[in-house]
Design a protein around this ligand. Structure first.
Ligand code: NCD
Length: 305
């Protein structure tokens, strides 16, 4: 199956995800990576801050032979009122080659809007508001497959601010497709009601730890909230932080993931993040190979080659 765009984890069937994992693994183990994007541009369009996502997309694009054009909002004409669509149209006019657009934007639905407007140009959603972040779900799932063998029947706990987390939204969709057994937990006002249909909602983090095969700690996103949603970070850590003491309740084989950036000492203790059960840095590395698989697949589907 070939898809020209990746806007939502809903587009990923189990078979298609498996193909992307296979392709990512091939890229990882190949010395001579085929330059399938030679003569093409990847437009890295980031209207929000990013370290891992932007740099791993750009590294992935370069490894495939593409030219990378980076747009960050800070010094751009967006400050003069230029729209998203006009910005991207102008970047395409500069590139003057077949291009793939990687978009991160604070508005929900922005990636879909852009894909519809651009027609043939592939668009990959690198995070749209609090909505979705499908390549993060792919790299999280691939990391869990490496750690646990498969996701089928595995107990995955996602803890934290589920309401505002696009990572959690995409993870839940893809992990369910891949057969995981899902539990969400966090402060009551940050776990939306609709999740009851998707995952088990737990109100006691300690109680779910002994059975977990994997725990994903979400970041407390103080920067993305216009309102104060967590009055006290120490209080958060006490109930929802994966502290060193809490981690002792996990099975020896259980693994810990976090999409990053991590507020160490809030959602995760440094000691746990540095322990053998932490796969956090491997998530970051896996992001490069997964994004290569996504970019190469999108390019082929668009007839870029
Ligand atoms: C996440 C994001 O930006 O949605 N980070 C990431 O992409 N690695 C999660 C977060 O910011 O907490």
């Amino acid at each position: 199956m070939l898809v020209r765009q990746l806007l939502s984890a809903r587009e990923l069937s189990a078979e298609f995800a498996a193909k992307l994992f296979e392709r990512a693994a091939q890229f990882r183990s190949t010395r001579q990576i085929p330059a399938v994007l030679q003569g093409h541009h990847v437009l890295s369009v980031f209207f929000e801050e990013s370290t891992r996502t932007r740099l791993s997309f750009e590294s992935a694009a370069r490894r495939l032979g593409a030219q990378v054009m980076t747009f960050t909002v800070a010094n751009s004409s967006v400050k003069k009122g230029e729209s998203l669509l006009d910005t991207v149209k102008n970047l395409l006019a500069i590139a003057q080659t077949p291009s793939i657009v990687v978009l991160r934007h604070p508005a929900t639905g922005s990636a879909r809007f852009l894909a519809q407007e651009l027609g043939q140009t592939p668009v990959v959603n690198a995070g749209d508001g609090a909505n979705e972040h499908p390549t993060q779900a792919l790299l999280d799932a691939w990391t869990l497959v490496q750690a646990l063998g498969s996701l089928k029947g595995k107990q995955v706990v996602i803890v934290g601010d589920l309401l505002h987390s696009r990572v959690a939204h995409s993870d839940l969709i893809l992990f369910k497709t891949l057969g995981a057994s899902l539990t969400v937990c966090g402060p009551g006002h940050l776990v939306p009601r609709w999740m009851e249909g998707v995952a088990r909602v737990a109100h006691d983090f300690d109680a779910v730890l002994p059975e977990a095969d994997a725990v994903i700690c979400l970041r407390v996103q103080q920067n993305r909230h216009s309102e104060v949603v967590l009055p006290d970070l120490n209080e958060y850590r006490r109930f929802w932080g994966l502290t060193n003491d809490r981690a002792k309740k996990l099975k020896p084989s259980a693994v810990v993931l976090a999409p990053g950036p991590v507020n160490y000492g809030v959602e995760l203790d440094t000691e746990v993040g540095n322990s053998d059960r932490s796969w956090i840095l491997r998530q970051t590395s896996n992001g490069v190979w997964i994004r290569m698989a996504v970019l190469a697949t999108a390019a082929e589907a668009a007839g870029v080659k």
